[in-house]
Design a protein. Structure first.
Length: 691
């Protein structure tokens, strides 16, 4: 080789082969990265179904419903009550025929009535039984249950009604006619016969109160009333069950739920919960934006499961040996806003309820039954309209959720493993952040951060407020209903972290109200709508620790602890004192949010397999591959979706419509196993059979 001569490199259109190879390698690297991150990880999912791995029985009583009675006389209240909300014809005194096939299609197994928080305003002896009762009274409700094949759930008033009234209604329902004697209670069994029903109605399910933790009633009064009511109920009907109200909160280390479980122990037949997660106050959606609200609404399942686990952990810790059975007697998305659309009637709200049904259907959670709140008309009705006047019946998205579950759930729950995409949430109201970053070592342990006793005060005009030796004393003067939140402690915190805050509180002759603490974001309620509270104390109570578990928002830097009494219960009198505070950091960060959830069920003879799959993403369709360990053939499939997550049947206001339609497997399914594309914000149900 001559000096200065180089090796020759082949050229192709002016580019060396080496350069072409480098470019190809870079292109392949980019293509693989693009596919793995943006296509496969975000848009692909796999479900593996083990048909022989049975996890438990399908409980169809979870598909229950409720009819609401309006207690106070307001506009259209009489029309609503006389018609059972709309399902009863008051002229023919029989079920409204226009609703018949619609209600038959969702096959209600348990129906709650009258429910609601106004039981104390109800004079049932005059309004619901006897010759002058309203046209949809207690006998008509029970007759309607018999017609549709539903078990009744009767809500008794724990707060206002005297014990004799409770005994009277139990006698009316369940006392055998031959047992009638001269007592006042037994006279109501005679009244039942006069109302056209000689035989007992044999009602099994009763609730002792409705959200009684929100009333002035103390836990001691509630426990005494529960025991007395249960004793009389069992003396008349040994088969009957009485539910005890548990507070809908994660704060079960003290307060209402703790005291009820501690006081009743194994005496409790079942616990009653209303898991409104999130309970969205007005203004929160406007503050955070619709997308954040809807994403959080569809990813509240981890909060729900965490709460169910907490109930049982505390019950076991208190030495309750029987499994704690629960009934969800109100199920709905707690959305009161009508802007930009009636949020409670949107497709998003319906999919939220579907997600909670999937949680309850897990046999490990031991849910006895649940009741959608509400069936017809009222504020939450899944059906709306009064067809006897020529009006149309509106079927809202929530109705179709229950129709899908009724049509596709089979007999046994079987194992389904899922490899699905996840998304991250920053947190919204009571839905905690779902962030994938790992906890540091400090967050994995229960660590005492600090104890403190110096409260900051601001002017309080509703009574007398003093501080001495770190103790806040508040005297309520009995001249007004007081909202007290005027003593606080603020501390620095880490975002996306679970804290347990405990404060020493005592009360002296406190009447018409309850006190405790609230814990929230340091920026304040109106800016974040993020706060938990526990206010259980009334009457005279010795010093005790009141505890709140609070999950900080992902961008939180401070947490505010508030001495608290809410404005409810009447003119407040007596004294409350607030002392030392301690704060702990706990393990318990919620997992990243899975975009797809679902359930697999098989028929008793193992001849059919059904899947119900929920795509909770509001902007991405997901293609899912189904790996079934036995041979099945596709039979049918339906999908509930819409133009947007805010689609409703209320009006055409730019957010589009929703639909329920039949679908088929993707075209390549025969070559690659069953594959379905699940549209964004959708519920899909698929049925397979062996033939």
């Amino acid at each position: 080789m001559m000096r200065g001569e180089c090796h020759k490199v082949p050229y192709l259109y002016g580019v060396t082969i080496r350069e072409i190879i480098i470019c190809l390698k870079l292109f392949c690297l980019f293509f693989i990265t693009f596919i793995s991150i943006d296509t496969y990880a975000a848009d692909e999912a796999v479900a593996s179904i083990n048909v022989k791995h049975v996890q438990g029985h399908v409980n169809r009583m979870l598909l229950g419903n409720s009819i609401w009675l309006r207690y106070r006389i307001k506009k259209n209240a009489l029309k609503h009550n006389r018609r059972g909300g709309g399902i009863w014809d008051p002229i023919r005194r029989s079920p409204q025929k226009e609703f018949g096939h619609l209600i038959q299609d969702i096959d209600i197994k348990v129906l709650r009535w009258p429910g609601g928080g106004g039981l104390g305003y109800l004079d049932w002896k005059k309004q619901l039984v006897g010759p002058y009762r309203i046209s949809f009274g207690l006998p008509e409700y029970l007759e309607y249950c018999a017609v549709i094949g539903a078990e009744p759930v009767i809500t008794l008033s724990a707060e206002f009604a005297e014990q004799s009234d409770i005994e009277a209604i139990i006698s009316y329902l369940n006392m055998p006619f031959e047992d009638v004697d001269s007592t006042e209670s037994s006279e109501w069994a005679k009244q039942r016969s006069q109302d056209g029903r000689p035989d007992p109605w044999m009602v099994t399910w009763f609730e002792f109160g409705n959200e009684t933790f929100n009333t002035p009633m103390s836990t001691e009064e509630y426990i005494a009333g529960y025991r007395k009511t249960k004793a009389f109920l069992r003396s008349i009907a040994p088969y009957a069950k009485l539910g005890a109200v548990l507070q809908d909160t994660d704060d079960v280390e003290s307060g209402w739920t703790f005291e009820i479980l501690k006081g009743l122990g194994n005496e409790i037949d079942f616990g009653i919960i209303h898991p409104y997660i999130p309970s969205v106050p007005k203004g929160a959606i406007e503050r955070y934006g619709v997308d954040t609200a809807v994403r959080s609404l569809l990813q509240a399942d981890a909060n729900f499961q965490y709460r169910l686990d907490r109930y049982r952990e505390v019950a076991e810790g208190l030495g309750i040996t029987e499994p704690l059975m629960l009934a969800v007697t109100e199920l709905n998305a707690h959305l009161n806003d009508n802007k930009p659309v009636p949020m409670r009637h949107t497709l998003a709200a319906a999919l939220h309820n579907a997600d909670f049904l999937l949680v309850m259907l897990l046999p490990k959670n031991k849910i006895l039954f649940s009741n959608y709140h509400q069936l017809v008309n009222a504020f939450w009705g899944m059906l709306a309209g009064y067809p006897e006047n020529g009006g149309e019946i509106t079927k809202r998205p929530n109705y179709y959720v229950y129709k899908i579950f009724n049509d596709y759930l089979l007999d046994e729950v079987v194992k389904m493993g899922m490899d699905v995409p996840v998304e991250e949430l920053e947190g919204f109201v009571s839905v905690g952040p779902r962030i994938s970053r790992k906890q540091n070592d400090m967050q994995k342990q229960n660590i005492r951060i600090r104890e403190m006793s110096e409260w900051s005060r601001r002017y309080f005009s509703g009574g007398e407020q003093t501080q001495s030796d770190g103790i806040i004393s508040v005297n309520f003067l009995g001249d007004k209903e007081v909202d007290y939140h005027h003593a606080t402690i603020s501390i620095p915190v880490i975002g996306n972290t679970l804290y347990r805050v405990s404060a020493q509180v005592r009360t002296i002759d406190l009447r018409h109200g309850k006190v405790g603490i609230a814990v929230g974001d340091g920026r304040g309620w109106k800016k974040t709508f993020s706060q938990n509270s526990n206010t259980p104390l009334t009457g005279t109570q010795a010093w005790q620790w009141i505890t709140v578990d609070y999950r900080t928002l992902s961008d939180a830097t401070k947490m505010r602890i508030i001495a608290r009494k809410f404005k409810r219960g009447g003119k407040t009198s007596g004294r409350a004192e607030f002392g030392k505070v301690k704060v702990e950091r706990l393990a318990g960060i919620l997992p990243p949010a899975k975009v797809i959830t679902g359930i697999a069920t098989v028929s008793e003879n193992n001849e059919r397999l059904s899947l119900v799959l929920l795509n909770k993403s509001i902007d991405k369709p997901i293609t899912i591959t189904l790996n079934i360990d036995e041979i099945f053939s596709f039979e049918k499939a339906e999908m509930l979706s819409g133009d947007s997550a805010l689609a409703t049947s209320e009006r055409d206001d730019g957010d589009g419509k929703f639909w329920l339609k039949n679908i088929e497997p993707d075209s390549e399914s025969l070559q690659k196993g069953f594959r379905f594309t699940l549209p964004e914000h959708s519920l899909t149900a698929i049925m397979f059979s062996r033939h």
